[in-house]
Write a protein of this length. Structure first.
Length: 202
C-alpha cells in the first residue's frame, strides 16, 4: 500500500473515504478498497472512529449505487449506448452487466457489489435501464455493500500491524477478480462475434 493512500485518508478522514466509496460506484477509478483498508488500520490506532467510518463508507457506497440505478432508470439504453461507444471493451462489459441483471436480477446486483465488484457500477446502471424493481435492487444493494465495506474495513482494523502485506494480498485478489471479469467479457464478446458470423453465413 502506497503512502499516498494513507496520506489521503489522514488528510480527508472519514468524509474522504465516504466520498471515495460514492464516486467509485459511478465509474470513477479510485482505489476505494485500499482506502478502506488504510482507514481500518487508522481506526485500530485510534486515529479514526470505527463505527462512524463503517457507517459513512457504507452510506457513500449505497448512495453511489442508487445514483447509478436512477441514471439508468432515467436514461435507459441511451446511457448504456453512450458508455459502450467509447470502446469495444467497455461495450462488452456493459453487455455482461446487462446479461447478469437479466438472468439473475437482484441476486446479480448482490454479487456485483462485492464478489464481482468491477462489474458493479455497470450493473447499477443496467438494473435501472432494465426496470428492475427499486425495492429489489435496494435490498440486494444494501446486503452486498454491507459485506464489501465490512470485509475491507475490518480486515484493515484486525491486521493493522501487517497492513502492507495484507493490502498486497487483497490487491492480488482484486487483480484476480478483474482478470476473471475481463476474461469472461472477452469470451462473451467472442461468442457474440462467432454467432454473428455464423448467422451471416447461414
Amino acid at each position: 500500500m502506497t503512502d499516498s493512500i494513507f496520506d489521503a485518508v489522514i488528510a480527508y478522514g472519514i468524509w474522504g473515504v465516504m466520498l471515495s466509496s460514492f464516486l467509485s460506484c459511478l465509474l470513477i477509478p479510485i482505489p476505494t478498497s485500499l482506502m478502506m483498508l488504510a482507514a481500518g488500520a487508522l481506526a485500530a490506532s485510534g486515529d479514526l472512529d470505527l463505527a462512524p467510518l463503517i457507517a459513512a463508507t457504507f452510506l457513500g457506497a449505497v448512495m453511489g449505487d442508487q445514483t447509478g440505478f436512477f441514471i439508468g432508470r432515467t436514461g435507459g439504453a441511451r446511457v448504456l449506448a453512450r458508455l459502450g461507444a467509447r470502446s469495444p471493451a467497455r461495450k462488452a462489459v456493459i453487455a455482461r452487466a446487462e446479461a447478469l441483471v437479466e438472468r439473475r436480477g437482484g441476486v446479480g446486483v448482490f454479487f456485483s457489489t462485492w464478489a464481482v465488484a468491477p462489474l458493479g457500477p455497470y450493473v447499477n446502471i443496467a438494473a435501472g435501464a432494465a426496470r428492475l424493481p427499486w425495492i429489489r435492487f435496494t435490498v440486494a444493494d444494501i446486503m452486498g455493500e454491507l459485506i464489501w465495506v465490512n470485509v475491507y474495513v475490518w480486515t484493515g482494523y484486525i491486521f493493522a500491524s501487517n497492513i502492507t502485506e495484507v493490502s498486497t494480498l487483497m490487491s492480488d485478489v482484486i487483480g484476480l477478480l478483474v482478470a476473471t471479469v475481463v476474461a469472461a467479457v472477452a469470451l462473451y464478446w467472442a461468442k457474440g462475434v462467432l454467432k454473428a458470423q455464423k448467422n451471416k453465413r447461414g
